[in-house]
Design a protein around this ligand. Structure first.
Ligand code: PDD
Length: 287
């Protein structure tokens, strides 16, 4: 039985109900987080909760996420996920249930807090080594995508464009700049330098992105945070996506054309190997 958390209660998913007047349902008025746990140990939970705090402040939703540390752990325990190689906890907070108006509801409106845990299946190392494919898609999102809003329609459309094209990832492009994926950040490697878009309001400040940057520093790989022109993608040596449910995912073909030499590159491999070591799940075979 899947036990979820809703507004202070742990209960079977089938019994968890949210009002049709919830502002998340009516107006997408809320934010979310997805945090990974590796064999029962949360990875970067503080950073995820800090990003959540920033989102709550930006949207002026009054809620103290302190209790959520315990909620996260209990969801893993109660659903027998502590032995899973990878599990994730999805958390969503909306402004709560109120009569539909566009402006904020009365100050005593209580935010809705919902969370669930589930197992996550990463691709096999064999398929990782073959690499993944992506397409570029116009970025049609709003101008504050650093807030992890539940309003994900443009991301949904972009992810479906990737599915329709028969590939794994959508790379969002705005004003000629390759920003990030529909659910992940991007990195390219050019002449041995790792490049990623700066942590501006035009991308989500991915927690995995910051882990990758730290790993690059520790491996002595030079890193630049600057916009990546879409034309540059034709001359990069490597490209990979990063994210909680992506980890580090190398792209070997973009829009049907090979990226670099069309194989998973050495920098992507070194970073993924270091990432796996950091989460306590090193890869058996040499990358
Ligand atoms: N997505 N960019 C976007 C647009 C994202 O939605 C995400 C995460 C990321 C990577 O962030 P992080 O490394 O903190 O997971 C970047 C989550 C996993 C999701 O929507 O399910």
């Amino acid at each position: 039985m899947n036990i979820v958390y809703l507004n202070g209660e742990f209960l079977p998913k089938e019994r968890a109900q949210v009002s049709v007047e919830d502002r998340g349902f009516l107006l997408s008025d809320g934010i979310y987080e997805v945090t990974p746990a590796y064999r029962g140990e949360f990875f970067c939970l503080d950073q995820h909760l800090n990003r959540l705090r920033c989102g709550l402040n930006a949207l002026r939703i009054e809620y103290d996420p302190e209790e959520l540390i315990e909620v996260h752990q209990k969801l893993l325990d109660i659903n027998n996920l502590t032995d899973s190689e990878v599990a994730i906890v999805y958390l969503q907070i909306t402004r709560g249930v109120a009569e539909r108006v566009h402006y904020f509801p009365p100050a005593d409106t209580i935010p809705t807090v919902y969370a669930f845990a589930k197992q996550f299946q990463r691709p096999s190392i064999e398929s990782w080594l073959k690499g993944f494919r992506a397409v570029t898609v116009p970025d049609r999102r709003w101008s504050r995508v650093d807030i992890k809003s539940i309003s994900l329609l443009p991301n949904v459309m972009a992810a479906q464009a990737a599915v329709d094209a028969g590939v794994d990832d959508a790379l969002l492009v705005k004003n000629g700049i390759a920003l990030e994926g529909a659910q992940n950040n991007i990195f390219v490697v050019k002449g041995g330098v790792l490049v990623t878009h700066p942590a501006s309001q035009e991308i989500l400040h991915g927690i995995t992105r910051s882990v990758v940057i730290k790993i690059a520093h520790s491996l002595g790989i030079p890193i630049q945070e600057r916009p990546i022109q879409v034309e540059e993608l034709e001359t990069v040596d490597e490209l990979f996506f990063s994210g909680t449910t992506t980890e580090v995912r190398p792209t070997v073909a973009l829009d049907g054309k090979p990226v670099g030499c069309g194989e998973v590159g050495t920098v992507s491999k070194a970073i993924y190997a270091a990432f796996r070591k950091k989460i306590g799940q090193p890869i058996d075979q040499d990358l």
